[in-house]
Design a protein around this ligand. Structure first.
Ligand code: BG6
Length: 479
């Protein structure tokens, strides 16, 4: 298991993810000397290209998607690239592909970034060509199914050729520095852990808001919707990191064991605990944008927004709601976690006219990477007319605290971990299945309630029912 791959085989090499994320990440790593010196990258897809034209294709992608100051050594990187055309659905081409890849015994990492319908035939082809030996790792990009049953089918097909300790399931949120920092914040400071429970925390909010709309992913998105596209994976991983028990070490098994316990403890939601929405026309920033159905070109009942009130049924989180919210065409791009603490049990200032607001920790994941803890302080003065208290933020702006460090693409970390064989930041099968189990129950609930997405104007925070979902409990979303 502990080998560093000296070749990387990229399926879907001419696709969108490859252009925007994978090739730029690999080039950036190479420019910093972080890639194994002898690593060869073999791209494959249906397009008729050869090594030369694939290198030109990659150069264009890098010039478009990688900042110029991270492209040093691009020529050397391009020389690592090779290409083999493949129709993934028929066995024939795989022997030629294997010849291009060469002997996998020194360590081969395969990255599947293709439609899930191709996973089965691709695995069969790889097996046929002998690209499934003990030194081969398999990395899978989402979507891994559309429900628990289809996800099990994919996992079974992959498991027939590769054991779990060689399967790397991507959730790119785990590659984000700020998401990993959640672990440091919780488990490298003594301050938080003693109060990280229902005695001191009143509720948690997780928001993943986007300003973008369909972005041309018409067929995929309309079949998926926000629940399956964002909640099933990214948001549940964030929730698991916030809610999990302290693992014994920073180790793939220890961390994933704790996350899966949280995911399995998610309570099935009841009627009225979720809201769905679909964006109509509106304005984002200064730009007028069309509604979802107009972009799609047909009527649709797919949700582009979802808000959920969830619970983790265990001792630590007894009666603490987790409010989750995600949507497209919202007013700003922001991912953040809000931990709302309870009020002090008794105010010694009540008789002096001062009111106390409970502490709140806001962890900004993107685009601002900052951690803000709101604290009550005394307003300076002689207090002749009573004591005045005010909430002030204790702010850590991560880019300032770590100025000079590179802002990385999430995939850089994940690709390097894949090449080196560290599974800590990849999702284990039991996690994915626990995630789907909860999501399937939500969809069944929607079906039973005959819930239809409510329309919201692009550039607003979703349907008003989402505000009401929290306000019923006296909670306001942190906007
Ligand atoms: C992807 C979803 O997994 O994550 C997209 O399919 C979404 O719909 C994207 O836009 C968001 O990722 P990020 O890193 O921009 O927050």
């Amino acid at each position: 298991m502990s080998f560093t791959a000296d070749r990387l085989l990229l399926f879907g090499a001419t696709g969108d993810l490859s252009q925007r994320m994978l090739l730029p990440s690999l080039c950036a790593l190479d420019a910093e000397g972080l890639m194994p010196a002898n690593l060869n990258i073999i791209g494959t897809a249906r397009s008729e290209l050869d090594d030369h034209s694939f290198r030109n294709f990659a150069r264009e992608a890098l010039e478009k998607f990688l900042p110029a100051d991270r492209r040093g050594g691009m020529a050397d990187f391009l020389n690592r690239l090779h290409y083999q055309t493949l129709d993934a659905t028929t066995l024939e081409g795989y022997t030629e592909l294997a010849a291009k890849v060469g002997n996998p015994d020194q360590g081969l990492a395969i990255f599947l970034s293709t439609a899930p319908s191709l996973f089965g035939p691709t695995i069969a082809g790889l097996q046929h060509a002998g690209l499934d030996g003990p030194n081969v790792r398999m990395c899978l990009e989402k979507p891994l199914g559309t429900d628990l049953a289809s996800s099990c089918q994919i996992n079974d097909a992959v498991a027939a050729a590769y054991p779990e300790d060689r399967i790397f399931r991507i959730d790119h949120y785990l590659g984000k520095e700020t998401v990993q920092n959640l672990l440091a914040l919780r488990f490298a400071n003594v301050l938080f852990e003693p109060i990280w429970n229902s005695n001191y925390i009143e509720h948690v909010q997780i928001t993943v808001a986007e300003t973008v709309g369909l972005e041309g992913r018409v067929a995929f998105y309309n079949d998926a919707g926000a629940l399956r596209d964002m909640v099933q994976n990214h948001m549940l991983q964030l929730l698991a990191l916030v809610a999990m028990e302290p693992p014994t070490s920073f180790d793939a098994t220890a961390i994933r064991d704790e996350k899966v316990k949280v995911l399995r403890a998610l309570r099935q939601i009841s009627a009225g605990e979720s809201v769905t929405g679909q964006y109509g026309a509106g304005v984002i920033g200064k730009d007028a944008v069309p509604g979802y159905e107009e972009e799609l070109g047909q009527p649709s009942e797919t949700e582009t927004f979802v808000a959920i009130k969830g619970h983790v049924d265990n001792w630590r989180w007894k009666s603490v709601p987790f409010y989750l919210r995600t949507g497209k065409r919202l007013p700003e791009r922001v991912t953040e976690i809000v931990v709302q603490f309870r009020c002090v049990p008794h105010s010694i200032f009540a008789g002096k006219g001062a009111s106390i607001r409970p502490n709140r920790l806001v962890i900004g994941i993107q685009p601002e990477e900052n951690i803000t803890l709101s604290l009550m302080t005394k307003v300076p003065g002689l207090d002749r007319e009573g004591i005045r208290l005010r909430q002030v933020p204790l702010d850590i702006a991560m880019p300032d605290a770590f100025s000079g460090t590179v802002r990385r693409i999430a995939y850089e970390r994940l690709l390097l971990d894949l090449i080196e064989g560290d599974q800590t930041l990849f999702v284990r099968r039991d996690e994915v299945e626990a995630q789907w189990h909860w999501i399937d129950a939500i969809r069944a609930q929607w079906h039973a309630e005959e819930l239809r997405p409510k329309s919201y104007t692009s550039g607003t925070w979703g349907p008003s029912a989402a505000v009401a979902l929290a306000e019923r409990d006296g909670v306001s979303w942190h906007d």
